[in-house]
Design a protein around this ligand. Sequence first.
Ligand code: ADP
Ligand code: DP6
Length: 389
Amino acid sequence: MSGIVTVVAPVNIAVIKYWGKRNEELILPLNDSVSATLDINVMCAKTSVCARPDFDEDTIWLNGKRESFSNQRLLNCLREIKDRAAYEKSVDNIFLTWKVHICSENNFPTAAGLASSAAGYACLVSALAKLYKVKSDVSLIARLGSGSACRSVYGGFVRWHAGLKSDGSDSIATQVADSKHWPEMRALILVVGESKKKISSTKGMKISTETSDLLKYRVEYCVPKRTEEICQAIKERNYNKFAEITMKESNQFHAICLDSYPPFTYITEVSHKIIELVHTYNEICGEIKVAYTFDAGPNACLYLLEKEVPKVLSLIKHVFPSSSPEAYVTGLSSRSEHLDTNMLSKLSVQPQEKDLIKYIIHTKVGEGPTVLVDGSHLMNEAGIPLSSY
Ligand code: ADP
Ligand code: DP6
């Protein structure tokens, strides 16, 4: 028995955004947020963990490179899992004194605005929970790694409850609906840029919390109503309502970035073109067929129903052509559909220069973290990564 535990965990993309903390250290948000967890088979973090008496120190490798273990968020997650294991008496006390080796990889760009921290910390905490046999909810521990990570602990549609308690014990995630509930829901991630963001989410939301009046208004008046409405829309599979709230939420979040002092912006000219295209297309169709949302970066996540994917993909390929069309769309496959010339004649957005969108990830709503039992660990029997640089 190697004693290695390996878990894969998903990313999630919020439709009600988390932006602003009431407690920086405990990562307690100002408002509830809601997201969809995306298919592990397309985008995932994979983490192997192992604890042994002969390990000299706690060690982590991220994407094959050894990283510092002094990262406070990492330390907090490990400490909380061990405390929970001690409280639950789930393992022998001696096991808790052994050092751990952690080896993690993302199958998509890290720190590029594609929610690697959410998948990464959900994966880490789920793997440690399995290693130390922790049984209770671990969303609150994942939250200590990165706020949005607490939503990646569950599949389907997930709500992170801001909570009221000062110790954060009620700031947890719960499932609104499981991954089978709305099987037609799809996501297209339009990767506009993969470079590291200039202002991290952590820093950006701190500036907004300290300076934006619009954020105060949003937290008090907009989010509570929208959260209830979107949870209801998800339960009823009401796409129109879901899509409208999703877009308004994204727009308000980016307005808050501009309302912050000093202001900052994550979305670019290309992002704005995507927004314009979505609104123009929906208008031509006479109903909402596709919705956008943007996190702390220029990449769009389009939520749409499966039957709309072929047309929308053809439309994106037409307006945002690629110089390598065969590699343009990754993830789930989809047939292509001829675009109606009548629709194209009404389209006010002209075809753009090539490669403004680098590539597209086609995915769907999926399950939460999964323990792998096939032995495909990222480390060898000695607890050393199989691939390291
Ligand atoms: P993103 O937009 O991809 O979430 P962030 O800059 O917010 O980027 O977070 C990136 C950080 O998240 C990394 O520097 C690392 O600390 C952490 N992280 C990302 N992936 C993993 C992983 N698989 N395991 C552990 N930590 C991870
Ligand atoms: C725009 O969870 O990355 O993606 O808690 O400081 O680690 P920290 O921030 P993080 O912020 C995510 C912000 C967002 C919106 C969202 O996912 O809800």
